[in-house]
Design a protein around this ligand. Structure first.
Ligand code: GUN
Ligand code: ZN
Length: 436
């Protein structure tokens, strides 16, 4: 059955980091999205689509904005319960808060419960796709994908590979991480809307032989993305230098083991040498920008404009639970603030792009999701641009879409998420309450 969603529509016809905003963005004031069999069939003027499809079921979203669902290009579903843990920098934060919580995911019941909560929180924040780190336990990956599959979501994720510098109950081995990752990959990759992401945590928690096994696994499955962390914090860089003295810089470690390629998704990437920037570009690798995390753990200021100028595919990411919010609106606001601290005023269109199509490009899914366009899967977020009194009074003065939208980006939260559609099916975003 065909359905028509009515509202303002926003689609990208190009990357607003690389061309004038007016050319990159298509905004229709009285627009409509035609959906059939889970896909967007057309986006256009409401009047003409209504006239052309009189039999379609109509849902009117008034003055709200219809756009592609948000895509979180880097998160840790297993850290849901430790979000907003106080007072530590990266390595202490991992040891104090993260590892004890991740150790609980050997229990399938715990993993299943957190997976439900995580997905509820994602959906109530308009996130329709995420690429998540699970834990070293295969049960955590099964729980994550099962819960995602049940909801019909397009999701990516993988088992963390980690064989040193972590508690014994969280460590795997080079061989077991290879074997378990491969078995999970074979079970989940390409099942329904799910994709497996090969997930070595970061260089300090993998032995050279584990990194070698990871490279071998990726060479056998080059259609999977490989996600890891890169150059997030000064202490981490010093640690990598100490652990891998034979390599010139952090990225060289990954390069040496065959972990740099077009499907690599590097989280953070804050402290890069010119050589590393160029190597990322030359490899066609992607970056996941994690602004709330970089502020919350005190990591530093990612150089978004440099990444874009080099043509590096860059997605936006919550990095929950190092990141301090499930809200992609809050995450965009944080990216804006970090831009300001670098003297770069990032346009709202560029923020929205990073949160949708930019992330889809980073994850190699831009042919299916990330934009409100014919042929894409109908994962849609409906934004109420007057969700709170402070936003409403500010947006009332707006003279154009961007002035109307920017207050929601800067001040909005899950109250601005009116509805999400998953493959064309309306999802009740109030489900969160049931699991907490
Ligand atoms: N580096 C290695 N593991 C992690 C993690 O779980 N979170 C963050 N923010 N950085 C990491
Ligand atoms: Zn992370």
């Amino acid at each position: 059955m065909k359905q028509l969603l009515l509202g303002q529509t926003l689609s990208f016809s190009g990357n607003p980091w690389h061309m004038p905003i007016k050319e990159a963005v298509q905004h229709i004031r009285h627009g409509a999205v035609l959906i059939e069999a889970g896909k967007v069939i057309a986006v256009g003027e409401a009047d003409s689509l209504k006239a052309a499809h009189p039999q379609a079921k109509i849902t009117c979203h008034g003055d709200s904005l219809l756009m592609a669902g948000f895509i979180d290009s880097h998160a840790h579903f297993s850290q849901t319960a430790i979000i907003a843990s106080w007072g530590k920098r990266l390595i202490d934060w991992l040891n104090t808060y993260t590892f004890p919580e991740e150790a609980r995911f050997g229990d399938p019941a715990h993993a299943a419960q957190v997976a439900e909560t995580y997905l509820d929180l994602n959906l109530s924040n308009g996130i329709t796709t995420a690429c998540a780190y699970c834990t070293t336990h295969p049960a955590s990956v099964d729980a994550y994908f099962k819960a995602s599959q049940k909801r019909g979501l397009r999701m990516l994720g993988g088992k963390v590979m980690m064989d040193r510098n972590a508690p014994e109950n969280l460590r795997d081995t080079a061989q077991s991480s290879y074997d378990e990752s491969k078995a999970l990959l074979q079970k989940w990759h390409g099942t329904d809307r799910l994709s497996y992401a090969i997930t070595p945590r970061f260089a300090p928690t993998s032995s050279p032989s584990q990194l070698e096994a990871t490279g071998a696994l990726w060479a056998e499955h080059p259609d999977c993305v490989l996600q890891t962390h890169l150059s997030e914090q000064h202490e981490e860089l010093a640690w990598v230098k100490e652990l891998f003295p034979e390599h010139d810089d952090y990225l060289a470690v990954y390069q040496h083991f065959g972990l740099l390629g077009p499907g690599a998704v590097m989280g953070h990437a804050i402290y890069l040498s010119s050589r590393e920037w160029d190597a990322l570009r030359d490899a066609g690798a992607s970056i996941a920008h994690c602004p709330t995390s970089n502020a919350f753990i005190g990591s530093g200021l990612f150089h978004a404009t440099r990444a874009q100028a080099l043509g590096i595919r860059t997605g936006l990411a919550t990095d929950v639970g190092g990141g301090s919010s499930f809200s992609m609106l809050r995450t965009m606001a944080s990216a804006y603030e970090i831009g300001q601290l670098r003297n770069d005023a990032i346009h709202p269109a560029q923020l929205l792009y990073m949160a949708t199509l930019g992330s889809a490009e980073a994850l190699h899914l831009a042919d299916r999701i990330g934009n409100l366009q014919a042929g894409h899967e109908a994962d849609i977020v409906v934004l109420n641009l007057a969700s709170t009194p402070v936003i409403t009074q500010r947006a009332k003065r707006a003279k154009n879409l961007w002035e109307q939208l920017f207050p929601t980006i800067m001040l909005g939260d899950d109250r601005a998420i009116e509805v999400v559609y998953i493959a064309g099916n309306r999802h009740n975003t109030c489900a969160t309450q049931h699991h907490i």
